[in-house]
Design a protein around this ligand. Structure first.
Ligand SMILES: *Cc1c(COP(=O)(O)O)cnc(C)c1O
Length: 402
């Protein structure tokens, strides 16, 4: 691989997914470093004043300021676009910066959007609280039923917004059906693909227009940095997204971009192994508790749909104990190996109680509607030996009388 093969479409277009994940976007400096360089610089110097003017007018290609471009961030953006199969991608400082930018960049007062009911807590705040403050109306639907999406469309509907699998109930949205309805009505579909990552699910293959990420989760995958990304057509990214992000500045730091570049090299390995471990832990829990919400298990009401659009189940699922918050908290407190933590996508196993953490900001009625009950727990299954995880959960279940 020569210096900038990773940014040469005539090479990258031929590469298979695993090669893209390791080498996509790489552009080497004059030193020929094998691992991507970390460019910690906020500005760029020009050889002469005319160059600076040409750089600003766009007559000369090159970078002007790291709120707008950075070589390390650009390598990550190109790698994510290649992995997604998108024409272009831009990164942001966090997943929520990506979701906010992906919606606000294309909406204005008087518009209407339809959003999935089961969603990350801050995504629901965005659709239910922030957008209405600026005159953008939201209709929330049970995202599992494509007919409800169609029925919610109004003349001023501009976007559909949902995640699949959804946090924390693992609701699955039929990507082909819902993105197809959006297309028919000239509505932009925005899919939050944080749970599956491009290694397991590529929504654009099913007709999604915009795919947004919390790269904090599976992409970093080792619980180190926050990051986000937005993928779309070149036209959407350049004409609609960039004017918003360049001027408002939810920029990803070069250091965090570098960490995520390293994470992507092992994303496929990690997520497939973690999915295998999640299957083992899920099967064990199914033998011990009454309800498990796990897209990889046939007991999940949308198992077939999930497996028709995902290559594997991913590391995250939820389950219910039956003794309310006291028992759920008791189980967490009895864990010896698995951490009590609300993060996901980490190579460590983590467990949380959504009703009192990630989704505590929502009204109790909204939580009830979403199926987030007081005795629900969500687990992110990591790379530890699955038998050690099962042993830990087993002793914690026994400690709370299950
Ligand atoms: C974590 C998460 C987000 C927010 O991402 P941050 O990087 O924490 O800002 C958005 N959507 C989903 C589905 C998530 O899991």
């Amino acid at each position: 691989m020569k210096r900038s093969t990773g940014q040469d479409p005539s090479a990258t277009a031929r590469w298979r997914p695993a090669t893209r994940a390791v080498r996509g976007g790489t552009a080497r400096s004059e030193w020929g470093e094998t691992s991507e360089a970390l460019f910690l610089t906020s500005g760029y110097a020009y050889d002469c004043a005319a160059d600076a003017a040409d750089r600003f007018s766009g007559d000369q290609s090159g970078m002007t300021y790291s709120r707008l471009q950075n070589p390390t961030v650009e390598m990550l953006e190109q790698r994510i676009a290649l992995m997604e199969g998108a024409e272009a991608a831009r990164c942001t400082a966090s997943g929520m910066a990506a979701m906010t930018a992906a919606l606000l960049c294309q909406l204005e007062a008087g518009d209407h959007i339809v959003a999935g009911r089961a969603a990350f807590g801050s995504c629901r705040w965005l659709t239910d609280t922030l957008l209405p403050k600026f005159g953008i109306e939201t209709t929330i639907v049970d995202a599992r039923d494509p007919e409800l999406w169609e029925a919610a469309i109004k003349p001023n509907t501009k976007a559909f917004f949902f995640e699949t699998p959804a946090n924390p109930t693992m609701d699955i949205v039929d990507l082909k059906a819902v993105c197809g309805i959006a297309r028919e009505h000239d509505i932009v579909s925005v899919v939050d693909n944080a749970f599956a990552s491009p290694a397991l699910q590529r929504p654009m293959e099913f007709g999604a227009d915009v795919v947004a990420y919390s790269a904090t989760k599976m992409m970093d995958g080792q619980g180190r940095v926050l990051a986000g990304a937005i993928c779309g057509t070149e036209e959407f990214i350049l004409e609609t997204l960039l004017p918003f992000t360049r001027n408002t500045g939810p920029t990803l730091s070069a250091f965090n971009a570098w960490v995520v570049l390293k994470g992507l090299e092992t994303l496929d390995l990690r997520i497939r192994r973690q999915s295998d471990h999640a299957m083992a832990v899920g099967r064990f829990l199914e033998s011990r508790v009454s309800r498990v919400l796990h897209p990889g298990l046939v007991s999940h009401p949308q198992h077939n749909l999930a497996m028709s659009q995902m290559d594997a189940c991913g590391p995250i699922f939820s389950f219910y104990v039956d003794g309310g918050r006291t028992q759920a908290h008791g189980l967490l407190d009895a864990l010896e190996l698995i951490d009590i933590s609300n993060n996901i996508g980490d190579s460590r196993s983590l467990m949380t109680h959504p009703a009192s953490t990630t989704h505590s900001g929502l009204d109790e009625s909204v939580r009830a509607e979403m199926g987030i009950e007081e005795d629900m727990l969500r687990i992110n299954v990591g790379l530890e030996d699955p038998q050690d995880l099962i042993d830990d959960i087993d002793q914690a279940l026994q400690a709370v009388g299950l």
